[in-house]
Design a protein around this ligand. Structure first.
Ligand code: ADP
Length: 358
């Protein structure tokens, strides 16, 4: 490392701000707006960037590659930089294979596929959907685990009625809680519910390590990860460390939520995590008495948003009282009533995702 270099942490946003200054000479647009930054990995202030250029002009872009390298190297906390040009777009299935095999620092030999459930905004029903999806995968005959990595609001203990601190063996390995046939681990089992958020934030690094590397997962087909909401450092660290097969984004049909969902989608795209699709939660409200439905929010169209971003739209889940009641009583809704139309929506979502896991 050059002596003049700072050891302050390097943030993705700083790098993206620099990349926005690099202009494609043919279109006049910057490479971030063009969505060409297909990979960005920060490892202890060493940076790897992939730029996906148009294949037909591939040979003309070496000066642009050098410009990116030169500009990024000038950042005070960057130590080493590697910039690579790619000139093709892999299919999402190819991407998924590559990600499952090579991405991330942690190896989870007992887990076949890791799927993140993510949202940019809190309270959109991300955990509710993560838990019900996990149960639905299991109903399809898969061995399933769920990890609650939402450091800012762990809700798995409540939603799955998990009790007691995890058992940790002499090698510091954690036995996952077994509940409804799911293997479960949650940051919420390590901290008290009333613990201050700042303290939890400080635990992010160790938490990630414990939840993914140190849990003794037993031959899982699918591990569902309930990520913290947002696109901050906690999320980025997790996405970079965990070998994700793909991500599912949860949103509500509000403009504000969709703006946030867009950010989440861009984050996964930049980190080259395949997007399995978008789920719209709380689409409509169904009256428990008369069955009449009405919209809960006045605007926002998630399906159009998914089409715009070229990711699958997996389905809409209405707001129903029983779903939140099931969360509060600690038994997921799809287990209580597998024949309910909402359970069928979850089955349909899982059916759309399963082909990507072959
Ligand atoms: P997040 O993980 O995004 O913060 P949660 O899954 O904790 O959100 O959901 C927030 C609240 O909304 C919970 O009380 C949950 O029971 C309720 N909820 C989520 N989705 C639905 C739904 N479709 N119908 C009824 N209640 C829901």
């Amino acid at each position: 490392m050059p002596l003049s270099k700072s050891t302050a942490p390097l943030h993705v946003q700083d790098v993206m701000d620099i990349l926005k200054q690099v202009i494609d000479p043919y279109s006049g647009e910057n490479i971030v707006t063009l969505d060409w930054v297909s990979g960005l990995n920060i490892d202890q202030n060493n940076l790897t960037i992939s730029i996906n250029i148009p294949p037909e002009k591939a040979t003309n872009y070496e000066p642009l590659r050098q410009e990116v390298e030169h500009k990024v190297k000038a950042l005070p906390s960057v130590h080493k930089v590697m910039v690579v040009l790619t000139a093709h777009k892999a299919s999402s299935q190819q991407n998924m294979k590559a990600n499952s095999t090579f991405r991330g620092k942690y190896e989870l030999p007992n887990v076949k596929h890791i799927i993140a459930v993510s949202s940019c905004k809190g309270g959109v029903g991300k955990s509710t959907i993560a838990v019900n999806l996990a149960c639905t995968f299991q109903q399809q005959g898969l061995k399933v685990g769920i990890v609650d990595a939402d450091v800012y609001g762990p809700s798995l203990p409540r939603m799955l009625n998990l009790k007691g601190r995890p058992v940790i063996d002499e090698n510091k390995k954690i036995t996952p809680h077994l509940q409804y046939g799911l293997q479960c681990a949650s940051i919420g089992l390590f901290v008290n519910e009333d613990e201050p958020l700042i303290w939890r934030g400080l635990m992010v690094q160790t938490t990630i390590q414990q939840l993914f590397k140190d849990v003794k997962w037993q031959n899982l087909d699918v591990l569902i990860v309930d990520l913290p909401p947002g696109t901050g450092d906690a999320q980025l660290t997790m996405i970079q460390k965990v070998p994700l097969a793909g991500a599912i984004i949860v949103t509500t049909p509000q403009d504000i939520a969709l703006v946030e969902a867009r950010k989440t989608i861009s984050m996964f795209k930049r980190l080259e995590v395949p997007l399995l699709g978008l789920i719209e939660n709380m689409s409509i409200f169904q009256c428990p008495h008369c069955g009449v439905t009405s919209p809960l929010f006045h605007s926002g169209n998630s399906q159009q948003e998914a089409e715009r971003k070229e990711i699958p739209f997996l389905g809409q889940i209405p707001f129903i009282y029983e779903l939140s009641q099931a969360c509060d009583t600690g038994k997921p809704f799809v287990l209580k009533d597998p024949e309910h139309p909402i359970a069928k929506i979850f089955q349909n979502i899982v059916d759309q995702v399963l082909p990507f896991l072959k």
